[in-house]
Ligand binder design. Structure first.
Ligand code: ZN
Ligand code: MN
Length: 257
């Protein structure tokens, strides 16, 4: 039996022992958001959770329960809020959930956190939650908490991107439900992917601004922003390898492991 890295599967004395030994707490932060007709609603939860699980194993850390809801889906990076099944939080709600979780764990002795974001729109509400938590802890006399915050998709070698996108990488925003996320899901949860439903419409193009509310024709009907055709578990394997090895190296460097 492999020892679990999921903190929710530990008893409280086991959890305390790990934390007293200096374990890092990894928090996967996702969303419940449409990912086209071929992927489930929980892609943005599954992917950062899998990365956290592997990096926690490499670093002796623990993975906190994933945040399954995220900040609102934007048309240019997630297809928008109008898709059935997309359920999002106000920015303030997400920030305060995270603030409360980090603060309580800080009170109980956690001194090192790694926040791993899996949903493009979460970035600044997550920064806010982290900042509020650290400020509260400092005011309570707990001043030695340190945290890393990152988007897992930034940890990829240029050579890997060149291999996957010989015609050039379209950029992270447009990758919503596209080649990268579909390939990672084919690697991690092929049972949840229906490749026969991958849209055939190609890459979306947007002006460099948002309009509220989105005008007719502005939203992508399928919810997929780039092109998922050609996705494979092998590509998912290359990406996951980069994500896990590069995030592990960064965590070890920053926390002196
Ligand atoms: Zn996604
Ligand atoms: Mn997303």
């Amino acid at each position: 039996m492999v020892e679990t890295v999921f903190m929710a599967e530990l008893s409280w004395p086991e959890w305390r022992e790990k934390i007293e030994g200096g374990a890092i707490i990894f928090i996967p932060i996702g969303a419940t958001e449409q990912h086209g007709p071929h992927l489930p609603l929980n892609v943005d939860v599954i992917l950062p959770t899998a990365v956290c699980e592997a990096v926690a194993r490499n670093t002796g850390g623990l993975v906190a329960p994933s945040l399954a809801y995220g900040y609102k889906s934007m048309p240019r990076s997630g297809g928008g809020q109008s898709f059935p099944g997309t359920a999002s939080l106000d920015a303030n709600t997400l920030s305060l959930m995270l603030r409360d979780i980090i603060r309580d764990m800080g009170v109980h002795g956690v001194r090192r956190f790694v926040l791993v974001n899996g949903h493009f729109e979460n970035t600044w509400p997550v920064v806010e939650g982290l900042d509020l938590a650290l400020r509260e802890l400092r005011r309570d006399g707990i001043a030695d908490v340190t945290a890393m915050r990152l988007e897992y998709w930034d940890f990829v070698k240029q050579a890997t991107l060149d291999r996957i996108f010989p015609d050039g990488f379209p950029g992270t925003e447009l990758e919503h439900a596209s080649l990268i996320e579909t390939s990672l899901m084919l690697k991690l949860r092929p049972d949840l992917v229906d490749v026969s439903k991958i849209p055939q419409e190609g890459r979306a193009s947007f002006p460099p601004y948002d309009i509220f509310p989105p005008p007719p024709g502005y939203l992508r009907e399928s919810g997929v922003l780039a092109d998922a055709r050609g996705a494979s578990a092998e590509i998912g394997e290359w990406l996951l390898h980069d994500h896990v090895s590069m995030i592990t190296a960064a965590v070890k460097k920053e926390f002196g492991l």
